[in-house]
Design a protein around this ligand. Structure first.
Ligand code: 13P
Length: 337
């Protein structure tokens, strides 16, 4: 499989690889039991959404999910293949507190990774994800945090390519905090520069990888928020400066933006700057696609069909955004898919 086939025109990637801990946290808010059966039911809801493959080339799964079946006993991997989608797998083992660097994280998971990749490949996975987290705050990020995370991403990507999986390289600069758009630009610039320097050093083939960046956006608590055009322009400028033209594709995370912002920003990048972009620019959202469906479902069987409509609607709107054809007017239709 090639990285290009994961990013066909009008399609993106659906992140549904929340660890059990993260998935349970989201269930807890809605009073959904935090059991394996609930997680299985929810993942079945997502993967059996009729028409999902019109907008999504593949889902990113968590280790528990890739081994699960539907309630009727059909392996999720078969459900995905039958829908014409490509399965991916999260392979990092989480962002952990970084020694000697308060409030900073370093992502772990390199130990035994070659063997885990071989197992996932054998099961049918064809791409992988590793997420690094960079926090903006007083005196951070440190150079140590950026370099350690960049190194981890590059070692992971090299192992994936050796084992036949397309690596999604995800350096997330968090939206939490009161930092300005300019500060986010500066940190994203330094982070992407370090990541591509390490990818180069480790011999990672750019044309067989996908970058999953965060957008250049003011912190959630920043008094000076930005327009859609400002976010799109700053993000495109930062990407053009740092990302080699041969990278197979860019698929953004949503990172805590609202669902409407996530669609509008992606749309503006493609609509206003599409002719300058050497790579396809699409989505790899989790919350910005899943949240309305999860809220509607709330753990109840009778809500599955309607919840699937909510999921499909976000997938469709983001597909349109990946072509610069989304408009905020569409939001008024609400589930008129
Ligand atoms: P969000 O779109 O919710 O930020 O999640 C994307 C993701 O895969 C985080 O690792």
């Amino acid at each position: 499989m090639t990285a290009k086939s994961m990013i066909q025109k009008g399609k993106g990637i659906l992140a549904m690889d929340e660890s059990n801990g993260t998935c349970n946290k989201r269930f807890d808010v809605l009073g959904i039991p935090t059991t394996e059966a609930s997680r299985q039911a929810y993942r079945e809801l997502i993967l059996t959404t009729p028409g999902l493959s019109d907008y999504v080339s593949g889902p990113i799964l968590y280790d528990e999910t890739i081994r699960q079946t539907s309630k009727a006993g059909v392996p999720f991997l078969k459900v995905i293949a039958d829908a014409g989608m490509i399965p991916g797998i999260k392979v990092d083992t989480g962002a952990k507190d970084m020694a000697g660097h308060p409030n900073e994280k370093v992502t772990e998971g390199l130990d035994g990774l070659r063997d885990r990749i071989a197992e996932y490949y054998q099961m049918g996975a064809r791409f992988a994800k590793w997420r690094a987290v960079i926090t903006i705050g007083e005196g951070i990020p440190s150079r140590a945090c950026i370099e350690a995370n960049a190194h981890g991403l590059a070692r992971y990507a090299a192992l994936c390519q050796e084992g036949g999986l397309v690596p999604i390289v995800e350096p997330e600069v968090l939206i939490d905090g009161d930092h300005t758009l300019e500060r986010c630009y500066q940190v994203t610039d330094e982070t992407l520069d370090a990541v591509f320097s390490q990818l180069y050093t480790q011999g990672v083939a750019y044309n067989q990888m996908i970058l999953k960046p965060s957008m250049v956006i003011p912190g959630k608590a920043c008094a000076q928020q930005a327009t859609v055009e400002q976010v799109a322009a700053a993000t495109v400028r930062c990407l053009l400066k740092n990302v080699p033209a041969t990278v197979a594709g860019i698929a953004f995370l949503s990172g805590g933006q609202t669902k409407e912002q996530s669609s509008a920003h992606l749309n503006a990048m493609n609509k206003l700057f599409g002719d300058q972009l050497p790579w396809p620019v699409t989505f790899s959202y989790a919350r910005a696609i899943q949240q309305p469906a999860l809220d509607y479902w709330s753990g109840k069987d009778e809500n599955v069909k309607e919840a699937q409509k909510h999921l499909l609607e976000r997938a469709k709107f983001n597909s349109l955004a990946s072509k610069g054809e989304y408009s905020s007017d569409l939001e008024k239709q609400l589930t008129a898919v």
